[in-house]
Write a protein that binds this ligand. Structure first.
Ligand SMILES: C[S@@+](CC[C@H](N)C(=O)[O-])C[C@H]1O[C@@H](n2cnc3c(N)ncnc32)[C@H](O)[C@@H]1O
Length: 268
């Protein structure tokens, strides 16, 4: 995926955001995801390794192949796991639509925040299905930007958030994909599909989430799309700046913020 077509881009700021996001949400999103000794797990779209380190530490005796289409991200992910003394991960540069693995290679697949960026998520899931063993499992985690509401809310803050949704859609992605996980997994031929919502609610009594979620995950993501939103003329510069300032008010003493992720589990 070229940086031009990827809504978040491959900048250093975005790499930091992915690390902050994964750390802040580790308990919520990885709860219940553990793989047995000797299992072969494919992590799809591993990016800079933010989820890789959590996966590998939670299942230290499973073997992970973590792949991404971005060479620079894979290089960073490799450095990260080396630094953290993790030895059960092998990295590979690969495209989901041209997976360099024989049929039925893996016991499990793990996909986090990837389908939302693809114009053809069902085809991607079918391609993944091919490399999964019969009886193997798939875990998919996606957000849904339509699930987001916050207080205080101003027109500009809402519009800045909406710009992210529109910009991603214009690049062929779908940030409202969480609600579609069930039909997508079913259409791609998976069995026993189960999807559970994972709600994040933040107010100032939860300072770690105020910082890690509202500021470093959500607002950082909105700020990352500024150039595109302005170039697409979704907002003018002045109302954009006000929108971002207003979003920061949700992180103040009387602010609140809600968002839902969706975690899907299915069997081949
Ligand atoms: C939002 S990042 C998520 C990274 C990681 N899963 C995480 O949660 O931190 C999406 C990743 O999907 C990768 N990606 C997008 N299209 C891909 C494709 N066709 N094949 C492999 N990776 C892809 C991007 O390069 C990017 O690293």
């Amino acid at each position: 995926m070229s940086a031009r077509h990827y809504v978040h881009g491959y900048t250093q700021r975005e790499n930091i955001r992915l690390m902050d996001q994964s750390q802040t949400l580790a308990g919520l999103l990885h709860h219940g995801t553990k793989y047995r000794a000797g299992n072969k797990v494919l992590e799809v779209g591993c990016g800079v390794g933010a989820q890789t380190r959590i996966l590998a530490k939670n299942s230290p005796r499973a073997h992970f192949v973590s792949m991404d289409v971005s060479e620079s991200s894979v290089r960073k992910a490799r450095r990260l796991v080396r630094r953290e003394n993790i030895h059960n991960v092998h990295f590979q540069i690969a495209d989901i639509f041209r997976l360099p693995f024989p049929d039925e290679t893996f016991d499990h697949l793990f996909v986090c925040f990837v389908l939302e960026h693809l114009a053809e998520p069902v085809q991607a899931l079918r391609a993944l299905n091919r490399v999964l063993k019969k009886g193997g499992t798939l875990t998919v985690i996606e957000g849904d930007h339509g699930s987001c509401y916050f207080y205080p809310e101003t027109g500009e803050a809402r519009k800045a958030w909406q710009s992210l949704i529109v910009a991603q859609a214009r690049l062929g992605g779908n940030s409202l994909i969480g609600r579609r996980l069930f039909p997508l997994l079913t259409q791609a031929g998976f069995r026993k599909v189960q999807v559970s919502p994972k709600f994040v609610y933040v107010d100032s009594s939860r300072p770690a989430l105020v910082d890690g979620f509202i500021k470093r995950t959500i607002i950082a993501m909105v700020k990352g799309v500024k150039k595109r939103a302005l170039a697409m003329e979704l907002m003018d510069k002045k109302s954009w700046s006000k929108g971002v300032r207003d979003l920061y008010r949700t992180a103040q003493a009387n602010g609140t913020f809600c968002y839902a992720f969706f975690k899907g589990f299915a069997i081949k």
